[in-house]
Write a protein that binds this ligand. Structure first.
Ligand code: MF3
Ligand code: CO
Ligand code: CO
Length: 281
């Protein structure tokens, strides 16, 4: 499997694209209320991406082999929809949960991130699913450093989600990302420790677990994109684009509105070289 290593300039490009992607979600947040349609959210997102950020939407017209072109600037996956939901005219209602996933291109670099949004007051069960899914993503992220293997990351995510009584979607995964939207490696959200690709500094990839309340089986809807749970129970997803650094990880898709890491995530030790560089400057 081939993959790309980003140099300092590539990392700068990924930081900017990642922050801009996260800022699209910040911008949309106050609009995610009962009564808004996902098509309205998409219109807001596209206008912001193109006319405010000066970015290109990576998803409008995106067409992997065997798929129709994706029509929108965001994926909106409501309740039992797992991923790749196409925005539509149906208003969100109180109690819905919705994943909004956005990918922008800035100066040729991609930033890809998603969050869960609670529409008004939701059930405790729905909140718990969103919370555990967020924590599952972080169980993967916190392991990222050179020498760790992709199977270690998948295993940590799977173990955490399954211990909470949930299941992990297998058909879709995280991915390398850079000047291409989806590049190697595939980042599975399940797996065996000690297996899979060994991480190296300069790799950028997404971690984006899809966690189901019920069974893991999926159903493909007739539009060629939308993926839902077969049992119609709820599904949640969170996504960050991360960089493997010399000593750990850096979140590329970070903005003012990014939720803080869960309490179990230990702050990373600041590398000595960075301290010295700061002191010298
Ligand atoms: N952003 C999604 C991902 O995380 C991919 C969406 S492709 C689309 O990989 F065409 F459905 F938008
Ligand atoms: Co995404
Ligand atoms: Co992605």
């Amino acid at each position: 499997m081939s993959f790309t290593i980003k140099d300092a300039q590539g990392i700068e490009g990924m930081r900017l694209a990642g922050r801009l992607a996260a800022e699209v979600l910040d911008y949309l947040t106050p609009f995610v209320k009962p009564g808004v349609t996902t098509a309205e959210l998409d219109k807001l997102a596209l206008d912001f991406v193109v006319n405010v950020q000066g970015c290109i939407s990576a998803t409008v017209g995106y067409q992997p082999p065997g798929y129709p072109p994706f029509p929108s600037a965001i994926c909106t996956s409501v309740n039992h929809v797992i991923c790749h939901g196409i925005p539509n005219e149906k208003p969100l209602k109180k109690g819905d949960i919705v994943n909004i996933d956005v990918t922008v291109i800035k100066d040729g670099w991609h930033g890809d991130t998603s969050r869960m949004f609670l529409v008004g007051e939701t059930s405790i069960a729905a909140k718990r699913l969103c919370q555990v899914t967020y924590e599952s993503m972080w169980k993967g992220i916190e392991l990222v450093r050179p020498g760790v293997r992709l199977g270690d990351i998948g295993h940590a995510i799977q173990t955490y989600a399954e211990a909470a009584g949930y299941s992990v979607v297998r058909e879709f995964c995280g991915h390398g990302i850079g000047q291409k939207f989806h590049e190697d490696p595939q980042v599975l959200h399940y797996g065996k420790p000690g297996t899979g690709m060994v991480l190296q500094p300069g790799m950028t990839f997404t971690i984006e677990p899809m966690i189901n309340q019920g069974r893991r089986e999926i159903r493909e809807m007739g539009d060629g994109w939308t993926i839902a749970t077969k049992d119609r129970m709820l599904s949640a997803q969170w996504e960050h684009t991360v960089l493997c650094t010399e000593t750990g990880y850096e979140i590329m898709t970070q903005s003012a509105g990014t939720p803080p890491p869960p309490a179990f995530v230990k702050p990373q030790a600041t590398p000595t070289s960075a301290v010295m560089a700061t002191t010298a400057a």
